[in-house]
Design a protein around this ligand. Structure first.
Ligand code: FMN
Length: 218
């Protein structure tokens, strides 16, 4: 199995990114992680997390008990705590968003795909218009040009014609547009249930086995 690239940008929904990272790290895969500056701001605003983008470590993503209980009455500690404690099977490789020398900036670095979760409208626009001002943009363009899986998880509402046009452009280029838009047919009770619905759909697209939610008619 080849590595998976996870990029986190500055759209609302940091909790999706944490849950996705937790889930991917429980597989045997190597994960290459990049976090935009704006994503750091959203982590601070939504979950009270201070992310040091120059000296990142996984424990910076641990939710406080206050943040967990604000989300719902779900598990008191996120799964990252047990991953940090050593039960992880995957390997985490963090890259600074300005590090164009990172392997994921090159088409010769093979991956099983990239996901941008959540994806801001700013990043979406850069991708659709071929701009490459950070490593996230560059790695996404590499996935498009190499015809590898690119999954974009936009979070914005309502959407302008520009946003819709950018999504259409990326979809035409082969990207999967997977909006952070949970369904309700699995009878969610907690916010975690809603988050898991979206993360499960992302994992399905990546070909990563998951048992986060039951499937329709199961
Ligand atoms: C708390 C917070 C929430 C935000 N939510 C969104 C959002 O849901 N969607 C979006 O497109 N931008 C959102 N933004 C604005 C982006 O962070 C901003 O456009 C930024 O330039 C995106 O940069 P990036 O794509 O490099 O992460 C939010 C900003 C903050 C501070």
């Amino acid at each position: 199995m080849k590595p998976i690239v996870l990029a986190i940008t500055g759209a609302s929904g940091s909790i999706y990114a944490i849950r996705l990272l937790e889930t991917l790290l429980t597989t045997k895969r190597d994960i290459h992680l990049v976090i935009s500056h704006a994503a750091g701001e959203v982590f601070r605003h939504e979950l009270g997390l201070k992310i040091d983008l120059k000296n990142f470590s996984l424990d910076q993503l641990l939710l406080s008990r206050d943040a967990e209980s604000a989300l719902d009455d779900g598990p008191e500690q996120n799964a990252l705590s047990s991953i940090i404690a050593g039960t992880t099977r995957g390997q985490l490789h963090y890259h600074n968003n300005q590090d164009y020398a990172a392997g994921i900036a090159s088409g010769s670095f093979l991956t099983d795909g990239m996901v941008i979760c959540p994806c801001s409208m700013g990043t979406l626009s850069s991708l659709a218009n071929g701009l490459s001002s950070n490593l996230i943009h560059r790695a996404a363009h590499v996935h498009l040009k190499e015809r590898r899986k690119l999954i974009v998880v936009p979070r914005e509402t309502p959407l302008s014609g520009i946003h819709l046009g950018n999504m259409k452009t990326l979809s035409d280029e082969g990207a999967v547009i997977l909006p952070a838009m949970p369904g309700f047919y699995h009878n969610p009770i907690t916010i975690h249930d809603l988050v898991d619905f979206v993360v499960a759909r992302i994992c399905d697209q990546l070909g990563v086995e998951q048992s986060l939610t039951s499937r329709w008619s199961e």
